[in-house]
Design a protein. Sequence first.
Length: 180
Amino acid sequence: MVGARHSFLSSAAAEELKNCIASCSRSPQGVHTMSVRFQIVVDGKDVEGLARFWAAALKYIPEPPPPGFASWREFYLSLGVTGDDLEIGTDSIVDPYGGGPRIWFHRVPEQKVVKNRLHFDLKASGDRSLPFATRRAQVEAEVSRLEQIGARRLETDNDEAHDRYAVAMADSEGNEFDVN
């Protein structure tokens, strides 16, 4: 699968990546662990733009290049990546405190055409012990911040009877997400 999905890697680099992935799910003693480390992968055309947007939206930071490399471009060149697969800037972001998953933006040639099957829910409303009006105001404040960095509002679910206030939004490439 690694070779097929990441066909831009040389066979040696693909094998190294496969071994790294296999070892990530083992404890230092070589025993498989219960939790699995994962990253989220988002397909897009403008991966650097998506990385900038989502870093700002999630309060993440661009992922620093691996040790020994001045840039991600230098790292990818060392793996034999060339042409359209070679990124100029960053294509991944990380939680600056290490708690959240890494997010990698994978360049694809096609536009998004159907609704996401998986999406982010950004929790901005606070605890349900807060009054509905307070939670709605907190969601709207976050929606406003996200609109200022390039998101657009799609739909608002204002259902006080069922204690739900959420706003569906989309990033610059149409990837849907919710703020609630």
